[in-house]
Design a protein around this ligand. Sequence first.
Ligand code: FE
Length: 334
Amino acid sequence: MKMTSFGALLGAAVFAFAAPASAEDEVVVYSARNEQLIKPIFDAYTKETGVRIKFITDKEGALLQRLKAEGDNTPADMLITVDAGNLWEAAREGSLKPVQSKVLAANIPAHLRDPGNQWFGLSVRARTIFFNNQKVKPADLSTYEDLGSPKWKGRLCLRTSKKVYNQSLVAMMIAEHGEAKAEQVIKSWISNLAADPFPDDTKTLEAIAAGQCDVGIANTYYFGRLVEKKPGLPLGIFWPNQKQNGVHVNVSGAGITKHAKHEKEAVRLLEWLSSEKAQNLFADVNLEYPANPAVKPDPVVAAWGTFKQNPVNVAKAGELQAAAVKLMDRAGYK
Ligand code: FE
């Protein structure tokens, strides 16, 4: 009896020593990017470093809620999500912690990361103008703001204002022009609509291709996916505001959780995700742009041409999101 409990005690002691050692070789990630997008990247990291990555995937809102509810009990070391608005919200709720990293500061341009270093963009999504190339010439297009001019009356398609992508777009317009001018622009868009706002970017692009409208706004990877499935659609891509502030960009990105149990390992993973080796894995799977400017995009994406990005910090998308939602409501943007 005595021997047994001594043995059990010994066993427990050995386990107590062994457990932290092996747990150091893992990172726990909550990801709003789906498994199909992140698993190959994590597998590559594990192969290179031996560090295991445990992850769960869910919708961004659910993950933010979960992090907040779990507080210091959270098993998560890292949050990966799309849209700077969501990353900003996670930071605002106190779910993330600042990371001081020379690697991240060198790899990720300043406008694509939190000024307080709580999150870092890892891929860039460009929200740009698309047109029906049988009805519109690129020379007819110039800026986002110009989509409100009378020549586009009854010719514009937009996605619903309920989507964070459009809230971020409008927030960035407020940052650039101030509320009064931004509201004027949004009102002029609404008066040009050819149809009620669409539930998603793909439906918006399909409406342009079908001739229901002639121009619209969408993220480029939806265009990439659509023309991959249906080549030959009469869709053109246009980079607006090149003589002004540049194309509206947003990010998908990551931050280290405030209560990370494997902080050092998680920071190392985050740094690796910003490196040349990982950037293509992270961006190319979804036809996005690498955040690290030293890395070239996928050839399919590169074929769409190069463009100037709006250099306003994407954190503004979060800071001004509430103002953007109210503005769109006032402007009658459904
Ligand atoms: Fe998307």
